[in-house]
Design a protein around this ligand. Structure first.
Ligand SMILES: *Cc1c(COP(=O)(O)O)cnc(C)c1O
Length: 228
């Protein structure tokens, strides 16, 4: 059977372009991160063959195997899953971006362990924006101080903020947590942070995230199909 990945990918890219237009975003400002957790190297290559370059992974061991298998392909790897302290060295060594930095200790370790031959690691701070059920993420109250300290770490480049709001199907409701994240980024930039990235929006709420200023949307299901 023909892989549906090429069709799915072009539909997702079309949705992104339409949403950019509708919400008056500069064309091409929203980057698509293809979330490839649980997917095979062959599925990743099918997407890469259509020009997709950025891939997001949640589980370190699985990701390291795929990254090794796909060495030589010009892909950009983003870590987007929960981070335990004992995983930071491998993450700092094998990824280009980390979206899920949710405490200062993890940021310090990533900076200390980023290999000197590589450029600084691009990171986002994960923010707990809607009192969501999963407790991961930095609270809004502590965000400015943590951002200030992370920005000083020499081997990291703090790019922006990431959030995973609670699922909800109403468009207007979907926009609210994304708006709070945008406002948090704006407040940090008013204080001179110079951040350019809002990592927000998944298959079910991508348009709401783009309406509120997403610069990276993280899409799995709508590209690769439902996960088991
Ligand atoms: C799995 C995952 C996604 C993609 O979710 P879909 O609903 O499959 O698009 C995005 N972000 C994070 C952090 C994820 O864990």
């Amino acid at each position: 059977m023909e892989s549906p990945i090429a069709d799915n990918l072009s539909r997702v890219n079309e949705r992104i372009r339409l949403a950019e237009k509708r919400y008056r975003r500069p064309p091409g400002e929203v980057r698509l991160l293809a979330v490839s957790k649980t997917r095979s190297p062959e599925e990743i290559l099918a997407a890469a063959a259509c020009g997709q370059r950025h891939f997001g992974e949640n589980y370190l061991q699985e990701a390291l195997e795929k990254i090794a298998r796909l060495e030589g392909h010009p892909l950009c790897w983003h870590f987007i899953g929960p981070i335990q302290s004992n995983k930071t060295r491998a993450i700092a060594s094998h990824f280009h971006w980390v979206h899920s930095v949710d405490r200062l200790k993890i940021a310090r370790r990533l900076s200390d362990q980023r290999p000197s031959g590589l450029p600084p690691l691009d990171i986002c701070l994960q923010v707990n924006i809607s009192g969501e059920t999963s407790k991961s993420g930095i609270g809004l109250a502590e965000l400015p101080e943590i951002a200030r300290q992370v920005a000083e770490l020499p081997r990291l480049r703090l790019r922006g903020l990431m959030a995973i709001p609670r699922r909800c199907s109403d468009f207007a409701q979907q926009r609210l947590p994304f708006r709070r994240l945008r406002e948090a980024l704006h407040a940090l930039n008013e204080a001179g942070a110079g951040l350019d990235t809002l990592s927000m929006g998944m298959s079910a709420d991508m348009e709401a995230a783009i309406a509120e200023g997403a610069t990276i949307v993280r899409i799995g299901t709508d590209i690769f199909g439902p996960r088991d």
